[in-house]
Design a protein around this ligand. Sequence first.
Ligand code: G3P
Ligand code: CA
Length: 261
Amino acid sequence: MSERMSPTPDPSPLVFAHRGSSAALPEHTLGAYARALREGADGIECDVRLTRDGHLVCVHDRRLDRVSDGRGPVAAYTLAQLRALDFGSWHPSGQPAGVLTLEELLDTARQAGRPVRMLIETKHPNRYGKAVEYRLRAVLNRHGLTSTSAAAPVRVTVMSFSPLAVRRSRELLPSLPTVQLMDLLPPGLRIRRLPFGTRIAGPGLELVRRRPDLVRRLKAGGQQVYVWTVNATDDVDLLLKLGVDGIITDRPAEVLAHLGR
Ligand code: G3P
Ligand code: CA
């Protein structure tokens, strides 16, 4: 059979659970992450923010209002104060849940019984100088996760929309891969290589739908591409055609089933 007739199929993209299995259960809760790991997600995604007393907690929004019974900015609360709040009952599943720290999530991932990838997104890190990245390094150091190897129980990748924050992560955690997230077209669309030695681009699905050539260009430049947030099977099919390397979804079980895994 000729080479032309038997092309090497692209490997199946990695499937990451966005904020856990967050369509089924409240985002960034232990339940949502445990479910994603049970469903067989290759990895989990989480957003981290600093509390007033310097802990990293897994919360997406700057304010507590949407996802808890608290009010105001996460950064105005100590961890002990956040522990008094309910981060689950707002969700249609109606299950109460406590705030999740990054340390607790790392412990959960480590206990999965198989290697787990973890995408950690630093949220609005430029408000705090280097504090978010320093704290992240301290936490990862404590868990022995500042370098990545196929044998590691948890393989961490750091992501940000802020190129400055990505650069800081590369400086402070040079052994960890980084993702440059993007929701807008990079200037001139000439991008083939990402700055600061980052090898993974993280465009949003809307951007990819509008400009699939962006993915082709990045791939031609040797970059990997992880796309967020992908919940419909039509979109999974589009991304398979484009040969993306990672799919970040609120519905890992459905995406995995569509991929035949
Ligand atoms: O995985 C990247 C994606 O999470 C970025 O958007 O707003 O959901 O954090 P957002
Ligand atoms: Ca995120």
